[in-house]
Design a protein around this ligand. Sequence first.
Ligand SMILES: N[C@@H](CCC(=O)N[C@@H](CS)C(=O)NCC(=O)O)C(=O)O
Length: 222
Amino acid sequence: MTIDANLILYIGEKNISSWSMRGWLAMHIKELSFEERTIELRTDKDRRRRREVSPTGRVPALHHGDLAIPDSLAIIEYLEETFPAPWHPPLWPIDKPARAHARWLAAAMHSGFLKLREGMSFNLCFLPTPPKPRQEALQEAAEMLGYFEAALSRKATPGDFLFGGFGAVDAMFAPAVVRLTAFDVPTRETPRAAAYLQAVLNHPPVARWLREARALPPRETY
Ligand SMILES: N[C@@H](CCC(=O)N[C@@H](CS)C(=O)NCC(=O)O)C(=O)O
């Protein structure tokens, strides 16, 4: 596949930037060929380089020609409109109630689970032994597993992911799945969610991101 010179995705280091992973996975779901450019968060402390390409100074930032979109969920919505089905795989479920469900789950991830994000920091997932998470992070992890279990129990379409095939909502949760697994969060009470975690980790683009993340020096801080 030749790279579309109009599509550039700016990301952070793969073992640090969980938001970048979400945008990057969405590009892969849409089967787009794009140029990937890494701006190291560790060496761009004052956001100088990021501000040159991202209006918020954050990554991921998608450039499509002159347009710059610096937010994972906004990137997802832009991709869904610009590269629609059936020419590209859909990011959201076709069925309207399922789509509403997928959207609120993705929004919950985008704006919430702060204790989980702080207490199970993405960079720590790549240490040989991640530290023990605090109780409040574990509570949010259990809440997330409950959301997964509920969605998987009422799923009407075939496939290993929350609404069938790997979609936007799975991309939004993929970094959290990495956290739940790396921090060894108990999944006995949520067997469907446990299988889902494995399916996400085995999904080829997720596995590729993780392989590339593990090839980088692990970072306790950044
Ligand atoms: N709401 C944004 C969050 C993006 C974000 O916070 N990205 C992090 C990297 S994982 C970042 O750029 N952090 C550096 C900073 O805030 O200076 C999204 O959904 O993409």
